[in-house]
Design a protein around this ligand. Structure first.
Ligand code: NDP
Length: 302
């Protein structure tokens, strides 16, 4: 049965018109309801099942952990991907970024891999311009770059506070400000910010991190309000404990055991668990979601 000849639900029991008499569409409440449902409102989003192939994306911190999983998942959908690395003089970060870039190229998309400190607005602007020129356009921004410097707040130095706020929150602001004119001019774009469950509920030693991730949720909502009229969706994900090397190398085993117990699903997440949700938010299937914060935490926050 095709969509055209299918009888709408509830129609079967209605009074049948006498042979030869036509019921005017406007007089039929079901027809009126259906007409209202199918009517599109402005601004018109791109087609609902639009293929992401050929789009251009930036994933900050895309060389490792969650960012790498997001970059790979976008590339698997045919999206050209720009990743950055933080050039602090440690050659290993560059080598790691280039290894991820090589993996991405194997998926037959265009790839840009550049040093860019998200705390530096001039570097961010140059990175965004180069990504747009390389891909012939830019459609997606994932603000994933982030650091942690955990300490009891009475022992926390100004540097530890500032570095985390500058990277996790101000860095995302720099990126959004740089892509906003592009997304507004083309009347579409997708932004996903990687916040954390700790932006919603904190724990001991996380004053700087929790403040930055809560701030990122506020930034998400503000950007959603300001860019929504230009058909730009801005959302956040709030991962729980995710098994990246940073976590498995840097967090005490008893903390991870507690996190596993706290998750009602009884496990830590994998980077792909976050990546799949981010890809959904970047797709047109999520066109009516904006300003949302989606926990990807196995029920940690319940
Ligand atoms: P990683 O350390 O693997 O990734 C962090 C990325 O951020 C790195 O690629 C790093 O680049 C980049 N980065 C750091 N500082 C800067 C900077 N100043 N400029 C540009 N890039 C920078 O960690 P994860 O994959 O675990 O974390 C990714 C995101 O997910 C973070 O925002 C984190 O807060 C968040 N998150 C992680 C959770 C987890 O359990 N793992 C839970 C909840 C949220 P480089 O390697 O070149 O230094």
């Amino acid at each position: 049965m095709t969509a055209e000849n299918r009888t709408p639900p509830g129609r079967e029991e209605g009074p049948l018109p006498e042979t030869g008499t036509a019921v005017p569409a406007a007089a039929d409440p079901v027809e009126r309801l259906l007409a209202e449902v199918v009517e599109e409102t402005q601004p018109a989003p791109v087609a609902l099942h639009h293929d992401m192939r050929g789009r251009g994306a930036i994933v900050t911190g895309g060389s490792s952990g969650i960012g790498r999983a997001i970059a790979l998942e976008l590339a698997r959908s045919g999206v050209h991907v720009a990743i950055n690395y933080f050039d602090d003089g440690d050659r290993r970060t560059r080598a790691r970024a280039e290894a991820t870039a090589a993996e991405l190229r194997q998926l037959e998309v265009n790839v840009l891999c550049r040093a860019c400190d998200v705390r530096d607005p001039a570097a961010v602007n140059a990175f965004v311009d180069e990504a747009r020129e390389t891909f012939g356009g830019l459609d997606i921004l994932v603000n994933n770059a982030g650091i942690a410097r955990d300490r009891a707040l009475w022992r926390m130095s100004d540097e530890q506070w500032q570095e985390v706020l500058d990277t996790n929150l101000t860095g995302a602001f720099h990126m959004i400000r740089a892509v906003a004119p592009i997304f507004r001019a083309q009347q579409h774009g997708k932004i996903v910010n990687v916040s954390s469950v700790h932006g919603i509920r904190s724990e001991f030693g996380l004053a700087n991190y929790a403040a930055s991730k809560a701030g990122l949720i506020g930034l998400t909502r503000s950007a959603a309000i300001e860019l929504g009229p230009s058909n730009v969706n801005v959302n956040a994900v709030a991962p729980g404990y995710i098994r990246t090397t940073r976590l498995t190398d840097g967090v005490a085993p008893e903390v991870l055991d507690r996190a596993r117990e706290r998750s009602v699903l009884g496990r830590l997440g994998d980077p792909q668990d976050v990546a799949h949700v981010v890809i959904f938010l970047c797709s047109e299937q999520a066109r009516h979601i904006t300003g949302a914060v989606i926990p990807v935490d196995g029920g940690h926050l319940l």
